[in-house]
Design a protein around this ligand. Structure first.
Ligand code: HEC
Length: 383
């Protein structure tokens, strides 16, 4: 969820709501002199009556000289799909009800409260959506909470630091620093640099860079009506890790996967990922197949605007193409919680519990911290 925290130089002014409502009434009377009841039956009518004075007939915003205030930097241009598609319908609907103040935005954006009912708020939000005509942009509704192992289908601008710590057996820690950057409407470049530590003998730790991955993810389709999104990924795993210390395989591998997500009612969801790693030298690393799934549901505090909690259950499987190997299956109960008020810094903590081949695979504590830098710098948006 993206929330901006711009503050306008003007003082909070409830009077503006009054002015906006007067405009509604004035417009209604101008439309139909015999009736004072505004016609607010369609999104277009509501927009014309209540929004156009500030947001303009084209959705780009009226000039400052016309509106009589200096528009905040974050004032939306509804025709800019790159700005508007990350925003959720439900957040916009809340802004229309509670005004800018309700979400830490400029107070000039009035709170329409009950002046518009829920259906009318839906209608006007759908009308706003019409200003972005390039339907190629996947909608922010698909930006689901990230599970520990299952990759998201949605293209992201994030930095994630993950940590997996052995809770039993040989001590070991694997970390990944993952950087994801979108470009264009549907693409994301991803770089994953692992940094691993393992104890080969008591008191003897080895640490270093593992095999790094660089790859490209692209949305194949995203349809908000059916609530489904599908992406494909192609990447290269380079042999950057030392083989003598067990940090790398020593061979280049090609990774491909498909990632799919289905939105379900009441902010629950399923995310699926299936793919394969194909090494150039199969004597150094086996060909493998992986399959991951996560089911979860988000709960929001403070009537839907507060901290987000997302418990998830993941099931992950890996199958190496070696003689006499059976797939590794794990379950990973976990939850993600947002730390910053802007929801752009989040942590997830869980336990990876091997279900098959448990003798050489320890239970692990798995953790990540995530920063969605598109929503602002790390230190902004905390209160
Ligand atoms: C008095 C001027 C004014 C009126 C009238 C007005 N708005 Fe706004 N609106 C603003 C301002 C200013 C912002 C920018 C807030 C910010 O970014 O800090 C804004 C922002 C928004 C946003 C973006 C919120 C976000 O999350 O980025 C939406 C959506 C919106 N308005 C919808 C509406 C709708 C729908 C109406 C009519 C029902 C309406 N506005 C009427 C001034 C107005």
């Amino acid at each position: 969820m993206k929330t901006r925290f711009a503050h306008s130089s003007l003082h909070p002014n409830r009077g503006l709501l009054f002015v906006a409502l007067l405009l509604v009434a004035a417009w209604a009377m101008a439309q139909d002199a015999t009736s004072v009841k505004p016609k607010l039956n369609t999104g277009a009518e509501i927009y014309q009556a209540a929004c156009v004075a500030c947001h303009g007939p084209d959705g780009k915003g009226m000039p400052d000289t016309t509106v009589g205030f200096q528009k905040p930097k974050t004032f939306p241009d509804f025709t800019q799909c790159s700005q508007t598609t990350p925003e959720l319908d439900k957040d916009w609907k809340a802004t229309v009800r509670d005004g800018g103040a309700g979400r830490g935005l400029s107070r000039i954006m009035p709170a329409f409260g009950d002046a518009l009912n829920s259906k009318q708020r839906d209608q006007v939000v759908q009308y706003l959506r019409g200003f972005c005509t390039d339907k190629i942009w996947p909608r922010g509704e698909f930006n689901l909470p990230l599970p520990q192992f299952t990759e998201k289908a949605f293209p992201e601008n994030e930095v994630i630091i993950t940590s997996r710590v052995n809770a039993q057996g040989t001590p070991g820690v694997t970390n990944d620093i993952i950087s994801e950057n979108t470009f264009g409407a549907r693409n994301q470049l991803e770089i994953d640099a692992p940094i691993d530590f393992s104890r080969s003998a008591p008191g003897l730790w080895h640490g270093g860079v593992g095999d790094a991955t660089i790859g490209l993810k692209r949305v194949v389709f995203a349809n908000l009506r059916t609530g489904s999104i599908l992406s494909g990924f192609g990447g290269i795993i380079v042999p950057s890790g030392s083989t003598t210390h067990g940090l790398g395989t020593g061979t280049t591998q090609f990774e491909t996967f498909a990632a799919f997500a289905q939105l379900l009612p009441r902010e629950s969801f399923v995310q699926l990922q299936a793919g394969t790693d194909q090494p150039i030298d199969t004597l150094k690393a086996p060909r493998s197949l992986f399959w991951r799934s996560a089911f979860g549901k988000t709960f929001r505090q403070s009537n839907g605007v507060g901290r987000m909690w997302t418990p998830m259950m993941e099931v992950v499987a890996n199958k190496d193409f070696l003689p006499q190997t059976t797939p590794d299956w794990d379950i990973v109960p976990q939850f993600q919680v947002t730390l910053s008020q802007r929801q752009h810094v989040r942590v997830n903590i869980g336990t990876r519990i091997p279900v098959t081949n448990t003798s050489n695979r320890p239970i692990q504590v798995v953790f990540y911290v995530l920063w969605d830098w598109f929503d602002g710098s790390l230190l902004k948006g905390w209160k």
